[in-house]
Design a protein around this ligand. Structure first.
Ligand code: NAD
Length: 294
């Protein structure tokens, strides 16, 4: 069994980007600038955005955090988005989800300039991804593909069962895994909450990518020997004995499933850090694309 160490690989990717940014600086070029918009004070969102902004600083990017109050109106947020679209200093930006209930996420998403949409959530970018065109691939599925690549996990012809059909993980990773290439060239089954025979499917799977958000959902008796398991789930389980008042767990019953797996990602330290690294990678790509356009 080999652990797919997302922390280690994400550090490698960040080091590679740091070198590129240093070279950009040396050449007197503008360095990549990522902005993050956060509305309200959701604990997990604050943590994610904080860590994205800190990572920017470490690798030499410019970063801007726009923290708006919970009561920000949809129009106010849309105005901020338009300002970011028109600001030549900003190469890419993200609007951290979820947004407060009174704001229509789809409207905000549609307002983001696809050329600055480093989250890859805009339909233009999602569509391009589905058509194998140059685009921004959403950071989490991009990170999973990069893990396969860096560990030389052969995905060709492998039966891959994706659990969860969200627009940000399950759906895009099911498309990427079925695309031509390696990683890719897999035979994909996309399972979701209405799937009737999930265990039957997972028992046939060579690769399982779990993105549903239910702690320890995937048990050892649901997987076959030699399976590759990618655990995308991140759930905060309340625990008063911990300093933070919670601990983080994935979708997989890790200790037992790892005994049967050939490759597995831990939580934390698997897909999570890869997501941040690939967001930074997308921001670097955005900078490079803007330079070649101008
Ligand atoms: P979501 O929360 O939007 O949707 C969950 C999906 O799981 C749905 O498609 C649903 O059909 C499916 N599902 C629910 N119960 C099921 C069941 N019993 N059997 C089969 N399918 C079932 O999905 P999301 O936004 O992709 O988030 C999923 C998990 O991944 C969450 O824990 C989230 O925190 C985590 N996540 C992690 C990262 C990362 O960087 N590691 C990024 C995004 C999301």
């Amino acid at each position: 069994m080999e652990i797919l160490d997302g922390k280690k690989v994400s550090n490698q990717i960040k080091e590679e980007i740091t070198v590129e940014v240093a070279q950009m600086k040396k050449r007197g070029e503008k360095v990549p600038h990522l902005a993050a918009v956060l509305v309200g004070n959701d604990g997990a969102s604050l943590t994610y955005v904080g860590s994205k902004v800190r990572s920017c600083k470490k690798i030499g990017f410019e970063s801007t955090l726009i923290h708006l109050p919970e009561e920000t109106t949809e129009d106010e947020l849309l105005n901020r988005v338009r300002q970011l679209n028109n600001d030549p200093e900003i190469d890419g930006y993200i609007v951290q989800l979820p947004l407060p209930k009174h704001i229509d996420e789809e409207k905000v998403l549609m307002a983001v300039d696809p050329d600055k949409d480093v989250d890859g959530f805009h339909p233009t970018n999602f569509g391009k991804m589905a058509l194998d065109m140059e685009t921004f691939i959403s950071a989490t599925p991009f990170g999973i593909m990069e893990l396969f690549k860096r560990y030389n996990v052969d995905t060709e012809g492998k039966h891959t069962v994706v659990i969860g059909r969200s627009h940000i993980v399950g759906r895009p990773i099911s498309i990427l895994m079925s695309q031509k290439g390696n990683p890719g060239n897999a035979t994909v089954t996309l399972a979701h909450s209405r799937t009737k025979n999930l265990k039957e499917l997972t028992l046939q799977a060579d690769i399982i990518i779990s993105a549903l958000g239910v702690p320890k959902f995937l048990k050892a008796d649901m997987v076959k020997e030699g399976v590759t398991v990618i655990d995308v789930g991140i759930t905060r389980v309340p625990d008063e004995t911990r300093e933070k008042g919670y601990y983080i767990t994935g979708d997989v019953d890790y200790e037992k499933v790892k005994e049967k797996a050939s490759y597995i990602t831990p939580v934390p330290g698997g897909v999570g850090p890869m997501t941040i690294a690939m967001l930074l990678k997308n921001t670097l790509l955005a900078r490079e694309r803007h330079t070649s356009k101008n």
